[in-house]
Ligand binder design. Sequence first.
Ligand code: NAP
Length: 259
Amino acid sequence: MDLGIRGKRALVCASSKGLGRGCALALAEAGVDLVLNARGAEALEATATEIRDRFGVSVEAVAADIVSEAGRAQVLEVAGQVDILVTNAGGPPPGMWTDWNREDFIAALDANMLTPIALMKAQVPGMMERGWGRVVNITSQSVKAPIPQLGLSNAARTGLTGYVAGTARQVAGQGVTINNLLPGAHETDRIRSFEANLHQKSGRPVEEIRKERTATIPSGRYGTAEEFGQTCAFLCSQHAGYIVGQNILLDGGGINATI
Ligand code: NAP
């Protein structure tokens, strides 16, 4: 399917690896020029080079912390005005509800709520002026069903979801859509470190932890960054202009709910 976005320009945050990288690859496949970002320059450059070589689109890479004000300013300066914005950052650490203090909550809110909001505030007005734009926020299945060990994530991402629900409806009339993509378990470094953490705490083999988890997923496997990225690219396509303020769950059926 032609997504109808060849020649558009996208900023994909936190995209040297994992789900962000999957989104960048799928957008590049659709002919979109990219600005990529991550903190570590080496993996970022490797991803940028791979995308240029495979798809022939223009790729600029900005090594910076998207959560810090200075890092975000650096990224936004290189990006200029984009047509497509994919927000993403690392997720907060796991723990127990008794572990976290005010600073931990502020850090989680900064990374997973206030950073995407700042990026939208920087980019959406220009999209509205030009009459076309797409924003996809990478959030988490924890918005629909809380993950007990990820209380910081549950809290921060739900805040972002509430903000998007209202804002998406204020900008849709100018051709801009804002939606959230909610990953369930996907095969990335993030889930591998989550499993390693459970292994460290319980002493149980990682294979056993993984087998137990996949048994709770009707698809019987973890998702891939590639299929996640393709869904993101569709949400950014011309065909998705009537999808507004939605929370699209990609979890292999893991959350057992009718709606
Ligand atoms: P990942 O494989 O660990 O990749 C994270 C990417 O983000 C890397 O490119 C990393 O590069 C970059 N990054 C992290 N913090 C950054 C920052 N402050 N500034 C700029 N770049 C940053 O993680 P993932 O699995 O793709 O997860 C992406 C998001 O989805 C996370 O918020 C995660 O919590 C959420 N999520 C993932 C899953 C899953 O199963 N994978 C499930 C639910 C939710 P650098 O480290 O070099 O910066």
